[in-house]
Design a binder for this molecule. Structure first.
Ligand SMILES: [Zn+2]
Length: 746
């Protein structure tokens, strides 16, 4: 569990917080195996016996004072008695007990009755493939699923389904694959005429991976796109014989979840559905009206950046609830450049704990690699995340792909999460007092993360397991607790000096995404601009940089816009500028596809702070040869490139990696860089540490089209995207901020 705060020294009270102009909060990556400094937890068992405070329910931790009979809670100060068992336990040397040796513990929990009965908690995977598609799409999907089959552990069950104007269920357990079809009613109200269970019993549909791998592959080979002839005979004919479409995605998903739900808690504890789509649902239940995209261009009176962001129907949000109730997590893979309205579809994946992937074409899609990567890493499910603080402050908002508990405040449920998934909180003071200036009690945050994993029995050291359990899986429930103590800042400079700009960026990104979803992109941009103005004003005020009585100089010329007195704040103006230039916040008129914007919103709201930094302000390094690095960091400006005499540049924009050879590079330098060179080694390292597979491009300046690379050189671009020629980019952005700061300070 990695935790990073916006500043390691907390503001002393709400006045100090307001005066700082900074957000106050933290990010947490609960299933990360290490903490933010690379140290793992102390492992143990019997998490349910860990003492809890009778006042605030915090768990006992290393910051609590422990006496022979009692302990004092480090969060609320309550004196709690110890049970006789605990007294006996804590009388042993302390370093052998996880909770007294480390503030980061991971303890096994006993399973409750119904979970214990799940002796065969088999991982279940179902692929649902869009046949209302093309040969290219199906080829890509096949190679992704063949990669997936290699990554699935023995004992897993796999089901293959297709959808179009009908649902196809494959039985691959017999000598030859058999498919059963159920036709989908075309209208948005009717349900399926037949339950899937009646078409094919579920346990016939779910095949053991280790024995059926070849037949699953054979069944994949038989997949063909639905022809228009087939569609017109099966699907509804519209007025004048126009085809009404044939992608019955909503009905198919609904039926599939109900189908799987019957074995939830019996065969499986979590089933994952991979939905492969080549366009918007346009048939049956949950069909989407994609003409709203076209209408944006026709009508100039509507703010496109606002109109296309909300969902057009609650259908997929409701469907996600059905998925969760059926123990299903949905990963959506959209391979299309057509408007698919991910704004409506996204809820299906993010609320069920899945991921949303968007690939604009089948040609350069990293889908098979993403699939393999996703299945090869461990994931936790049925998770509960709870953040507790000492009494002086409390969480205000929580951000990320979880859903709040209907009953308890500050309790979040996460259906499924991997070691990358990151969440954020911001804080407010509980009252006007704040932290006492002379108190010896420092601010404390405790994060408890309860989760379940499926483990193959081979990996267990338990000799009591019967030999019949080989190749089987068992559930393991665990409780991970991290307790952190912070310091308070005696003055504003101490806050500024302890800022982590990447965490500040994370909170800002969450806030602007929320604002743009509610009030449009324009409002999101305005919020960001105003935030930087206020921060700059507060900083200049704190350092007394502006002499109000100076009559000769204009005020704005005195303003320190670059935060030259504080290295921790220095990166922020550049990050805000880059965020305004990011497709996340660029205007519709600049050609940002609404589905791509939604995809970025979903991606950016789960990234840990350093990855997000890379996605917003890509890192640019240079090399003098493929084996020798020249500079570790360049600003994203054409001028920086021209003044540097390095021939090779490497840009990492999180989703894209670009190797760029300048037009003046020595022609004897090998292109593309050879496999065993330092640059390749660095590229592979970057690729391995990433939650998604970045797209890798090689570009030779002067020979290839360099637009893809040049678009990332944002510092000369106009912040509003209104033009290149007249604009001075980052410099004029700073001038503008400086003017606004001067007005604000008056
Ligand atoms: Zn307490």
């Amino acid at each position: 569990m990695a935790v990073r705060a916006t500043a390691s020294r907390f503001p002393i009270d709400s006045d100090a917080l307001e005066a700082s102009g900074l957000p106050w909060g933290l990010t947490v990556t609960p299933f990360a195996s290490k903490d933010e400094t690379g140290i793992g937890p102390a492992y143990g068992s019997n998490g349910h016996l860990l003492p809890r405070c009778e006042n605030c329910y915090a768990y006992f931790n290393t910051y609590c004072e422990l006496d022979q009979w009692a302990w004092t809670c480090s969060l609320c100060g309550t004196l709690n008695g110890l049970s006789s068992d605990a007294i006996a336990r804590y009388s042993y040397p302390h370093d052998s007990i996880p909770e007294t040796s480390s503030s980061f513990v991971d303890l096994e929990l006993p399973l409750d009755g119904s979970e214990e009965e799940m002796t065969q908690a088999r991982p279940v995977y179902v692929a649902a493939i869009d046949l209302s598609s093309s040969e290219e799409f199906l080829e890509l999907t096949k190679s992704a699923l063949l990669a997936a089959l290699e990554a699935l552990s023995p004992g897993s069950l796999f089901g293959l389904a297709t959808f179009s104007h009908k649902i196809g269920l494959y039985d691959v357990q017999g000598p030859i694959p058999v498919v059963k079809n159920v036709f989908i009613p075309p209208d948005a109200e009717s349900k399926l005429p037949l339950e899937l269970e009646d078409a094919m019993p579920l346990l016939q549909f779910l095949a053991p991976v280790e024995t059926c791998k070849d037949r699953i592959a054979a069944a994949l080979e038989t997949l063909r796109p639905i022809t228009s002839w087939e569609r017109s005979s099966g699907a509804a004919q519209g007025i004048d014989g126009v085809l009404m479409g044939g992608r019955g995605f909503g009905t198919a998903m609904e039926a599939l979840f109900n189908y799987l739900g019957s074995e939830f808690g019996n065969t499986f504890a979590l089933a994952r559905v991979f939905a492969f789509m080549s366009g918007p649902p346009d048939y049956g239940r949950g069909q989407l009206d994609t003409s709203r995209y076209g209408e944006q261009y026709a009508s100039k009176r509507v703010d496109a950046d606002r109109a296309l962001l909300p969902e057009q129907t609650p259908f997929y949000k409701d469907l996600a609830t059905i998925a969760v109730q059926s123990g299903v997590c949905v990963d959506v893979f959209a391979v299309t450049n057509e408007y698919t309205d991910l704004a409506s579809l996204k809820f299906l994946s993010i609320e069920s704990g899945g991921s949303l992937f968007l690939y604009s074409s089948t040609d350069d899609s990293t889908l098979p690699q993403d699939m393999f990567r996703m299945l090869n890493r461990p994931y936790a499910f049925n998770c509960v995340l709870r953040l507790r603080t000492s009494t002086e402050f409390k969480p205000l908002h929580s951000y990320g792909h979880f859903f709040p508990d209907p009953q308890y405040e500050n309790l979040q449920h996460i259906i499924c999460c991997d070691s990358y998934a990151t969440y954020a909180y911001d804080f407010e003071f509980a009252n006007n007092t704040g932290f006492s200036r002379h108190s010896r009690e420092p601010p404390v945050v405790q994060i408890a993360f309860q989760y379940t994993v499926v483990v193959p029995t081979e990996g267990l050291q338990n000799s009591e397991l019967p030999s019949s359990s080989r190749g089987k899986h068992v559930l393991q429930k665990r409780l991970r607790i991290r307790t952190m103590q912070f310091e308070t800042a005696q003055n504003i400079n101490e806050i500024y000096d302890s800022v982590d700009h990447e965490v500040v960026l994370s909170l800002l990104v969450h806030k602007v995404i929320l604002v743009s979803l509610e009030d449009g992109v324009r409002e999101g941009r305005a919020l960001l601009h105003d935030w930087l103005v206020i921060l700059t004003a507060q900083y200049n005020d704190a350092y007394n940089l502006v002499q109000y009585k100076n009559g000769n100089k204009s005020m704005s010329s005195q303003i320190d816009i670059t935060f030259s007195q504080c290295p921790q704040l220095e990166p922020l103006p550049r990050l805000v500028f880059a965020l305004l230039r990011n497709p996340l916040l660029r205007f519709h008129e600049e050609g940002v596809h609404p589905d791509y914007r939604i995809y970025l919103q979903c991606l950016f709201s789960v990234l840990e702070p350093s990855s997000l930094h890379c996605g917003i302000y890509p890192s640019l390094t240079s090399y003098s040869t493929p084996d020798k690095q020249a500079y570790p960091r360049h600003s994203l400006s054409r001028a920086a490139l021209l003044t540097s005499d390095s021939p090779i540049f490497f840009l990492d924009a999180y989703t894209t990696l670009i190797v760029f050879y300048t037009s003046t590079a020595d022609p004897s330098l090998p292109f593309p860089p050879p496999q065993d060179c330092l640059l390749r080694k660095n590229i592979n390292m970057v690729k391995q540490g990433r939650s998604i597979t970045p797209k890798l491009m090689f570009i030779r300046g002067g020979k290839d089209d360099a637009t893809a690379f040049e678009n990332y050189l944002i510092e000369e671009q106009d912040v509003d995207g209104s033009g290149f020629a007249s604009a001075k980019g980052f410099v004029s952005f700073l001038d503008d901020i400086s003017q606004s700061v001067a007005e604000y300070m008056k």
